[in-house]
Design a protein around this ligand. Structure first.
Ligand SMILES: CC(C)(COP(=O)(O)OP(=O)(O)OC[C@H]1O[C@@H](n2cnc3c(N)ncnc32)[C@H](O)[C@@H]1OP(=O)(O)O)[C@@H](O)C(=O)NCCC(=O)NCCS
Length: 146
């Protein structure tokens, strides 16, 4: 069972490394993560098995709308239900700080992530054509509303 905890400064090196492996050119850097640590309206969660980072995800609370970002699980830890339980944990924790609705953007060709979000209860509400580059893709906007 993974252990979940709020992102802190000692996680940033390994989280940034996993970002780079996962998202390549789109990856957040250590500097980006250091910036969100200082934001009162941001909540980032990391999942560990002992000292091994399994994944992480984050949220920015915009007046009760929680925008979920940076969802990633290390390749060797995938398909074990970790992303599902990590996002469930993130939503439970942030409901307690006033988040009512949840939203995210996902590449239209990212079938694993779309299946994950639908399993969590997200519904497609819109599309931003050509939102992503390298490779070009549309963004699907998904919501869970109270
Ligand atoms: C998307 C990602 C976070 C899923 O993490 P995961 O821990 O493997 O997902 P889980 O094991 O919790 O899967 C939960 C559900 O998601 C769906 N799912 C996950 N991976 C899938 C895959 N490869 N193919 C199809 N469905 C998949 C399934 O519905 C699954 O439920 P099931 O196991 O009962 O079939 C992971 O593949 C990843 O890190 N991908 C690269 C980064 C990324 O794309 N992030 C999202 C950006 S928006």
């Amino acid at each position: 069972m993974p252990e979940f905890k709020r992102l802190s400064i000692e996680d940033i090196q390994s989280v940034s490394r996993l970002e780079k492996e996962t998202f390549g050119k789109e990856a957040w850097t250590e500097k980006d993560y250091l910036e969100v640590l200082g934001l009162s309206y941001a909540y980032y969660l990391v999942a560990y098995d002992g000292d091994t980072l399994l994944g992480s995800c984050g949220l920015r609370n915009m007046c009760g709308d929680g925008e979920i970002t940076n969802v990633m699980i290390a390749p060797e830890a995938r398909r074990k239900g970790i992303a599902y339980s990590m996002l469930t944990e993130l939503m439970e924790r942030t409901r307690e700080i006033g988040v009512k609705n949840y939203t995210l953007e996902v590449r239209s060709k990212n079938d694993p992530a779309i299946a994950l979000y639908k399993k969590l209860g997200f519904k497609e509400e819109g599309k931003r054509p050509h939102f992503y580059t390298e490779p070009e893709d549309d963004a699907i906007i998904m919501w869970i509303r109270q």
